[in-house]
Design a protein around this ligand. Structure first.
Ligand code: 9MR
Length: 459
């Protein structure tokens, strides 16, 4: 018996060695595509971005889970562990244990952290939601922000300072104890307090259903960020949660990201998941980010389908066994394109004083009979407080819907006017707007743009 067992062992060893030799030989003869050697995090890093996931502390002991986590992801958001009900379950009594577990894991594996979240109407303990006195609530909120941020100081790349403060389908704040007791100013108060607590962390506003440019909620958040930037209220980034149906992102998502970025904030996709995870929907989403230079990175909301808060939708990049899905390959490949993070989304305009204007006209998508276009106009002359951009279509195209500008058309002549928030264009300032249109025989780009009557260069 002993001899037989030893023989088996020897044979097993020989098999392993010869299998390894075969694999090594094949690798020498048939070079694998470069992409196959990459991971989501490494591929995102080639353009200066990160690729992250939500992590649950309770799953770190699952080796399938942690193996994928450490191989693929270089940014981590705690799924629940930094929320108020966990971190301050009763007033002044803080519990950072579960979150520390995740932060320690991240530090040991070279991963950065997004902090999620300091002020949110959900997962909020009853002792907070029952406060009715403004002074008490203000001091409780500020103390919560300061204590939690101080605990993690220097370890967090970006904080979701305020989460989901806007009402669904509306440009107004939702009802919450913070809104109802402190009024509109609670968001500003939270951001100012956060900046003082950890000046090195990026401060984000995070929300869902703000991906479609024409939605009222998107416009409400946009107006808030614009106002914060104008008044010097500290804000560095906006998180677009990106919980999508199987169709993926709305057609205007890239425009939305670009318009927010143009306010001077980073944009991030913070909780991405897509029902049924179609490869194309994932690919489109990633492209919308990597085409915008201030889109800093993407976080998916969980690793395997079985880890997801919407597991019935199978919305993630790995199946329940930890195998890569088709969407994984689509994401990896889409991460390879785009512009560098922070690299500038448009060509540097000529020096001021040249006068005139330049226009970059991009057909962002085209299908039978229809197309979407983005128009970026740069003012190279004196500052203007309102603008009209005109052009004519050469092949019977017709604008059907526009955002970020009011567009009318008469015959082939198109007139686009600024909307309330983007009329002012300093010298060398630029703005973008988008539209959908129809076409039949052809869809050539217009060349005769004029800004307030002055001809523009194109390209
Ligand atoms: O994925 C989180 C889930 O485990 C929690 O039960 C839930 C509680 O509300 O929160 C989920 O995460 C949410 C995130 O914190 C904020 N945006 C929506 C996410 C999905 O509900």
């Amino acid at each position: 018996m002993r001899t037989v067992a030893r023989l088996h062992r020897v044979w097993a060893l020989v098999s392993v060695v010869s299998a390894a030799a075969t694999v090594a030989g094949a690798a020498l003869l048939v070079p694998r595509p470069a992409q196959a050697a990459s991971t989501l995090g490494a591929q995102a890093a080639t353009s200066g971005r990160y690729f992250g996931t939500a992590v649950a502390a309770g799953r770190l002991g699952d080796s399938t889970y942690s193996t994928i986590l450490d191989r693929e992801f270089n940014m981590i958001t705690p799924e629940n562990e930094m929320k108020w009900d966990t971190t301050e379950p009763s007033r002044g009594s803080f519990n950072f244990g579960p979150a520390d577990q995740i932060v320690n894991h991240a530090q040991a594996h070279g991963q950065r952290m997004r902090g999620h979240t300091l002020v949110w109407y959900q997962q909020l303990p009853g002792w907070v939601s029952s406060i009715g006195d403004a002074n008490t609530l203000r001091s409780v909120m500020d103390n919560h922000i300061t204590t939690e941020m101080t605990h993690f100081k220097g370890k967090i790349y970006a904080w979701d300072v305020v989460n989901e403060a806007f009402a669904d389908g509306s440009s107004q704040h939702r009802s919450s104890v913070f809104q109802n007791v402190l009024g509109n100013g609670f968001i500003e108060e939270a951001f100012r307090t956060a900046r003082a607590a950890d000046p090195s962390a990026k401060l984000c506003y995070n929300d869902y259903n703000i991906e479609n440019w024409s939605d009222a909620k998107t416009q409400g958040v946009f107006a808030m960020v614009k106002d914060f930037k104008a008044r010097g209220v500290p804000i560095d980034c906006v998180g677009f949660q990106s919980h999508f149906g199987s169709g993926g992102p709305p057609a205007s998502f890239q425009t939305t990201l670009q318009n927010f970025a143009a306010l001077g904030v980073d944009v991030q996709l913070t909780e991405l998941d897509i029902a049924q995870a179609p490869a194309t929907a994932y690919s489109n989403t990633v492209k919308d980010c990597v085409n915008v230079s201030r889109c800093a990175g993407i976080t998916v909301w969980g690793i395997r389908d079985s880890d997801s808060w919407r597991s019935g939708d199978n919305p993630l990049l790995f199946d329940g066994n930890g195998n890569k899905k088709a969407a994984y390959d689509a994401v990896l490949s889409a991460l390879g394109g785009g512009v560098p993070y922070g690299g500038g989304d448009s060509p540097t305009p000529p020096p001021s004083g040249d006068g005139g204007c330049s226009v970059k006209y991009t057909i962002s998508s085209q299908w039978t009979g229809g197309f979407g276009a983005n128009v970026e106009v740069s003012n190279l002359g004196d500052p203007v407080s309102s603008w009209t951009l005109t052009w004519s279509f050469g092949a019977g195209q017709q604008v059907t819907q526009a955002w970020n500008a009011t567009v009318t058309q008469s015959g082939s002549n198109v007139t686009a006017k600024n909307v309330s928030y983007n009329g002012s264009l300093p010298t060398n300032g630029s703005t973008s707007f988008g539209f959908n249109g129809s076409w039949n025989s052809g869809n050539p780009a217009p060349t005769n743009f004029a800004l307030n009557g002055t001809a523009c260069t194109t390209g």
